[in-house]
Write a protein that binds this ligand. Structure first.
Ligand code: NOJ
Length: 556
């Protein structure tokens, strides 16, 4: 294996269902991924993160696993997977797999046996008696409604923080943990080089289950009491025994203090973490299901706190805008109508120059947008459909709900990858499981032909991370923190500095180097990357064009 420092690595996320369909059943698959490895090699990424392809009823698109040891036949076979690892490695690309262990599908054999009354398997899950004829607590599921499901035959409820078909596992049961370690080791022995742990900071549930009188329950199970103990044990029993395996924990509603602990190498827990605070700046009053503008100053404040806080504690972030749960970034924080190319490139630069390992979500690298669906029948996602019904009950009009969904639904990122200008955008020759988006001209074929495309900008960002130590190692300092248009920061490493300037809006604005940074003018400067022709060489004062972004490398 090529020696990759994860601080210098770039990860590319593949949602196989929507990536490339090789057998024309309308659903993307592993052979489709193999077909496109040369494309990914051309882009230059180091790891592929594959979202779940295990056997699953697909209620939550694979995050409801029924059998962790086998591949769902819609995605292919174990031979396909082994070939994928081999073919990827030939291209110096390594595989990271999604590990979903907060819950299993209710179709898993463990849960089925539990429902037969088998006590061993009942203790794999969290079954509780109700309280005064009601659920054990008032907690809400992340997908809406109660997080408890009643089972008449036991006169008990089981806990599901997500859909009712995703029953939470009982990590306090040692047998459960052993089962999980065996599964992880099974995949590591196949040559997997990275692991993503789905909502891993939710696995340690409280000893006492009580009502949440001020929230939805999350404060009782997020970063719970035994979380660090369980992650340390996970490390010791699984990936810690293998060389060169990188890990990332998906952390829901977490904080910096815990994330330092999760990732400071001294703690022997994980390589890095995802957090989502920067992706809630367009939740009006904290409510995801609202529409409207994002709060730019809050976004900068969150980046500042997380970048500086994690650096101080020697922790490490995964940095990203997009994944299969988030709308497309260019439609969200950019302008996909008037400045698609400029804003997509600016957003790419803003995130890739940060301290942390960048993750690219399929399609982001050539500027894919939200699909702009206009009818509920086009949506497939369980969360979107649940919330459509909830918002209807709350009295919102159909138009209003559809507008909110077109901004917030997870399906915004789950539409098929647009490969070319042919029918179904070259994704499938069959009928796609989910409709292709509106902007079909934004596709790989067109992007590869155009030297100015978003694709080549991302390719360059990846090359820069590989090449420039200051990007992987440098410290972070925000400047012009209260400027309402510009996100600018300085990275520093040895005798070098990086000055990163991003205009986040579609109007011209003035960048003025702050007084206390005028000493930077004494450095020799060179532009590493920008998104317009003829970027200003002088960075003391710049009239930035709409969404203009420039990175200067400064050397004494
Ligand atoms: C986070 C995953 O990213 C999301 O898609 C899934 O629904 C939940 N975890 C539950 O597994």
């Amino acid at each position: 294996m090529k020696n990759i420092d994860f601080k210098k690595a770039v990860v590319y996320q593949i949602y196989p269902k929507s990536f490339k369909d090789s057998n024309n059943d309308g659903i993307g698959d592993l052979r489709g991924v193999i077909e496109k490895l040369d494309y990914l090699k051309n882009l230059g990424i180091d790891y592929i993160w594959l979202t779940p392809f295990y056997i699953s009823p697909q209620r939550d698109n694979g995050y409801d696993v029924a059998d962790y040891y086998n591949i769902d036949k819609t995605f292919g076979t174990m031979e396909d997977f082994e070939e994928l690892i081999k073919e990827a490695e030939k291209r110096e690309i390594y595989l990271m797999l999604d590990m979903v262990f907060n819950h299993t599908s209710t179709e898993s054999n463990w849960f089925k046996k539990a429902m037969e009354g088998n006590e061993k398997y009942k203790s794999y899950y969290i079954f509780k008696k109700g309280k005064n004829g009601k659920a054990p607590t008032n907690w809400t599921s992340k997908f809406g409604g109660s997080s408890w499901e009643y089972v008449e035959k036991f006169d008990e409820y089981y806990l599901h923080l997500y859909d009712k078909t995703q029953a939470d596992l009982n990590w306090d049961n040692e047998e459960v943990r052993k089962e999980i370690y065996n599964i992880i080791n099974f995949w590591l022995e196949k040559g997997v080089k990275g692991l993503i742990f789905d909502v891993i900071n939710l696995i340690s549930k409280p000893e006492k289950f009580e009502d949440d009188l001020i929230g939805d329950g999350r404060r009782f199970y997020t970063d719970g009491d035994k979380i660090h103990q369980y992650i340390k044990e996970l490390n010791e029993k699984t990936f810690g025994r293998f060389k060169d395996v990188i890990t990332v924990g998906e952390m829901s509603s977490t904080n910096i203090k815990n994330c330092i602990k999760y990732t400071n190498p001294k703690e022997k827990e994980l390589s890095m973490v995802f957090n989502f605070h920067h992706l809630k700046v367009d939740y009006k009053y904290g409510n995801k299901w609202s529409d409207g503008k994002f709060n730019f100053l809050e976004l900068k404040d969150i980046f500042d706190n997380w970048q500086s806080g994690m650096e101080k504690g020697k922790g490490w972030n995964a940095v990203f805008w997009c994944n299969h749960d988030q709308p497309r970034v260019v439609s969200r924080f950019g302008d996909d109508k008037n400045y698609l190319i400029e804003s997509a490139k600016m957003l790419g630069t803003a995130i890739h120059m940060l301290r942390g390992t960048p993750y690219i979500y399929q399609g982001e690298e050539f500027g894919m947008t939200n699909p702009y669906y206009t009818s509920i029948s086009q949506y497939k996602d369980v969360e979107s459909i649940n919330y459509y019904n909830i918002l209807k009950e709350r009295g919102l009009t159909e138009d209003n709900i559809l507008k909110i969904l077109s901004q917030k639904s997870r399906d915004n990122s789950r539409t098929p990858i647009q490969w070319d200008n042919s029918k179904n955008s070259g994704f499938t020759k069959g009928i796609s499981w989910i409709e292709i988006g509106k902007n079909k001209e934004i596709n790989v074929e067109n992007a590869l032909k155009d030297k100015n495309s978003v694709f080549y900008h991302y390719k360059k960002l990846i090359e820069l991370r590989h090449k420039e130590n200051i990007i992987s190692e440098g410290s972070f300092e925000i400047i012009l923190k209260y400027n309402k248009k510009i996100f600018s920061y300085i990275r520093e490493y040895k005798n070098e500095k990086l000055l990163v300037i991003n205009n986040f809006y579609g109007e011209e604005c003035n960048f003025e180097l702050p007084y206390e940074k005028l000493n930077l003018l004494e450095y020799n400067s060179k532009i590493l990357i920008s998104n317009y022709d003829n970027p200003s060489k002088n960075f003391e004062f710049i009239k930035l064009r709409p969404y203009e972004s420039i990175v200067y490398k400064l050397v004494k």
